[in-house]
Design a protein around this ligand. Structure first.
Ligand code: KG4
Ligand code: ZN
Length: 337
């Protein structure tokens, strides 16, 4: 394939930045033909968080079976793949190395174009997968995951301006830490989401952090507050569900308020909710309800880490003629915008 792809072309998307080994086949950057995710959640749950060395080792073991399954589901072989896109950052160095080296070897062996993808940009492009909605620039992306909470203005295709971020914990990290201290297990986000949904709204109200930057977040004070309440340091402790729901309400309110303020101030025509925490049902509902402009949220399976979003972003990079060489290296601290 030339740098400029033709219609009907298939991009293989490879993602190994954290604890998911994921491979997808996506046609025209849009149509998901296969999206296989091998999660290591059970492996790490035992330790209460992701153990980097175990993650890399597991990626090595899972990579080929996951690739085989993706090709089988997409009903094609490697000879039908037109380009390889892979996450090169941000993430765990050892985990990223497995995916990048595998992608390089594959691209080299089959003489295919290789594209290195910023994982956070991939999360945003999950919005257009298997959807008829077209991006309307400028758009405001709220990227909330285990490692990031970024408010990003996407000025045009491929041009990002980060206007807000967390000053301490990422939103997903806060969910995971609070779930751990409430004894809800790992990963915490889905557990808190589920428990809070059984309650409806919480009668307890926790504070919203005040942060200097207009569109910045802070979640570590909230986590400490939950810990104090749970230990009975602020009077009799409420039910775990009540505390979990109040925590979630505070996080959701801060995220939605700041993101929508940014969208209004910067003239965004759409809001895209992206990253693992975008799977949160209360966040999805609140953003859709409060936003004056259209909100695009991928289905939950495309919000958490996957290869399809990497292939989708890869397609756009190929359209822009942006192909990597075999010098592509991992960038664990890569930012967006
Ligand atoms: O994007 P992602 O899959 O991996 C990273 O790039 O970090 O995000 C993982 C994060 C975890 O912190 C997890 O607890 C959170 O997303 N998460 C959720 C939900 N599902 C996953 N947080 C809140 N509610 C959910 N339903
Ligand atoms: Zn992610």
């Amino acid at each position: 394939m030339n740098a400029r792809p033709e219609p009907g072309r298939r991009v293989l998307g490879i993602e190994t930045s954290c604890d998911e080994t994921a491979v997808a086949v996506v046609a025209d950057g849009r149509h998901v033909l296969a999206n296989v995710v091998s999660s290591q959640v059970e492996l790490h749950a035992h330790y209460g968080g992701v153990v980097p060395e175990l993650a890399s080792r597991q990626h090595v073991e899972a990579m080929i079976p996951v690739l085989d399954e993706a090709l089988e589901l997409a009903q094609c072989g490697l000879q039908d793949i037109d380009a390889v896109a892979v996450t090169y950052g941000p993430g765990l160095a050892g985990a990223l190395l497995v995916g990048v080296n595998f992608a390089k070897a594959l691209a080299h062996a089959r003489s295919l174009p290789l594209v290195g993808i910023n994982h956070l940009e991939g999360h945003v492009d999950a919005a257009w997968l298997d959807s008829d909605v077209e991006p309307q620039f400028p758009l405001l992306a709220l990227i909330v995951s285990g490692g990031h909470s970024d408010v990003v203005l996407v000025e045009e295709q491929g041009r990002y301006r980060r206007v807000g971020e967390t000053v301490d914990d990422a939103a997903g990290e806060a969910f995971d830490k609070v779930a751990r201290l409430l004894g809800l297990g790992f990963p915490g986000g889905p557990a808190i989401d589920k428990l809070a949904a059984t309650l409806g709204s919480a009668s307890l109200r926790l504070p919203r952090a005040k942060v200097e930057g207009d569109y910045d977040f802070s979640f570590s004070g909230l986590k400490t507050k939950v810990q104090r309440i749970e230990r009975g340091e602020e009077g009799p402790s409420p039910e775990t569900g009540e505390l979990a729901a109040a925590f979630q309400e505070s996080v959701v309110d801060s995220l939605v308020t700041k993101a929508l303020q940014a969208a209004e101030d910067l003239g965004a025509r759409q809001v895209v909710l992206a990253g693992g925490v975008a799977a949160n049902s209360a966040l999805r509902a609140s953003l859709a309800e409060r936003s004056p402009v259209p909100v695009i949220v991928p289905p939950p399976a495309l919000c958490t880490d996957n290869g399809a979003m990497i292939a989708a972003r890869g397609w756009q990079r190929l359209l822009a003629g942006d192909v990597a060489t075999l010098d592509l290296d991992v960038e664990p601290d890569l930012r967006i915008g």
